[in-house]
Ligand binder design. Structure first.
Ligand SMILES: *Cc1c(COP(=O)(O)O)cnc(C)c1O
Length: 374
């Protein structure tokens, strides 16, 4: 009789998260200091310094979520009523909510069929005189074509924002670190990301003006060094000290998290090589493997068969493209056909985790080989 198998570790399971003595000590250090607000403590400012060092960027701004980080970026880019921001229909809602909150319009460009990342030609075609910025999402940890997008933004005088929420330490084919080519790059520390403090966000930039704009927007438009004067509209997107302290411990682990995910993804790629109707991304070098996206012939059928074999997966990643949500009226169905085809039929997402063992990945591969055809 087969041994009963342990469920795979998940992001909601101590086995699937990297909390240890470091995080425990961090929480107690802050509690014992009695200073839990980052305006008066040192944890969030230290996290910013460590993040700016990790990404070799001049400035980092800590805030309360990835969505908040993107809001800092979109606000600092100057997007407002009458302006447009071009981005992808396959992402978390946090990519577009900040644009809407600023009263600007989201212009959706279609994606590449092979990896769901923005198609640079579609981005360029979506640009109008009202366009202020492009948000490039590195979907699932795979590099968007950041060099082409950088060139397009330079040609049209646009701010390029990288959404790196799923791409901690991801690299493109040339080994360029994702989050270093955009004018601003945004990161999330939400529960399901590579590293987490429950919720939290970071934005990095080399531009002192953009950094100042983001810092002001993060703290009610208030430069505390100057006095109680509000220079610009801003919100309270401050990161609490408890969060920052945990995030600092997690930041020290992110390289190991990504390298373990890469090792296991490599094992899976080798094991399912040759399957005709189920393919891993072709560009695997530098992938951060937030999840493992697969291309299949019929994602609903695959998801059901895999679940019967005890392997969870998410067909399409989203239920619908961002523009098909009730919160975003005014976009016609069929707007981005390649994105819709991925969501409705060809994209299957496997949850991925640095705690997967060689046996776990063997089990996943065996299930895929059972469902697929050689
Ligand atoms: C998670 C995520 C966000 C939003 O981050 P939160 O911390 O949940 O607000 C934005 N973009 C992408 C691509 C994400 O995966």
């Amino acid at each position: 009789m087969p041994e009963r198998e342990m469920p795979l570790p998940t992001d909601l399971d101590p086995r699937g998260r990297t909390f240890g003595e470091e995080e425990r000590a961090a929480v107690l250090r802050v509690l014992d200091s009695a200073v839990l607000c980052s305006s008066f403590g040192s944890e969030a400012r230290s996290l910013e310094a460590e993040m700016s060092h990790l990404y070799s960027r001049r400035e980092a701004v800590a805030c309360s979520s990835g969505t908040a980080a993107l809001h800092l970026a979109v606000a600092a880019a100057g997007a407002g009523p009458g302006d447009e921001v071009v981005t992808t229909p396959i992402s978390d809602f946090g990519t577009v909510a900040p644009v809407m909150a600023q009263g600007a319009r989201v212009k959706f460009a279609d994606v590449r069929a092979e990896d769901g990342n923005l198609d640079p030609a579609a981005v360029e075609a979506a640009i109008t005189p009202r366009t202020k910025a492009v948000i490039a999402v590195h979907l699932f940890g795979a590099a968007a074509d950041i060099v082409a997008l950088r060139a397009i933004c330079d040609r049209h005088g646009l701010v390029l924002i990288e959404d790196c929420a799923q791409a901690w330490l991801g690299e493109d084919e040339e080994g360029r670190l994702l989050g270093t080519l955009g004018d601003i790059a945004c990161f999330s520390l939400q529960q399901f990301k590579h590293i987490t403090a429950g919720d939290g966000g970071l934005a990095v930039t080399d531009d002192p003006e953009l950094a100042r704009g983001m810092r002001l927007f993060m703290d009610k438009g208030w430069d505390r060094a100057e006095g109680r004067i509000h220079r610009r509209m801003g919100l309270n997107y401050r990161m609490p000290e408890l969060v920052a302290a945990v995030a600092r411990a997690q930041l020290g682990k992110v390289a190991d998290v990504v390298s373990r995910r890469r090792r296991r993804a490599g094992q899976l790629a080798a094991a399912i090589d040759g399957l005709r109707d189920c393919r891993m991304p072709e560009r695997r070098e530098g992938h951060a493997w937030w999840v493992v996206p697969l291309l299949v012939d019929d994602n609903a059928r695959w998801s059901k068969r895999l679940l019967d074999l005890g392997i969870p997966s998410v067909p399409g990643y989203l239920e619908r493209p961002l523009y098909a949500n009730p919160a975003m009226p005014g976009y016609p169905p069929g707007l981005c056909p390649r994105a819709e085809e991925l969501i409705d039929r060809t994209l299957l997402v496997l949850p991925w985790n640095e705690a997967y063992t060689e046996d776990d990945v063997d089990r996943i591969a065996r299930a895929l080989c059972e469902v697929g055809a050689r």
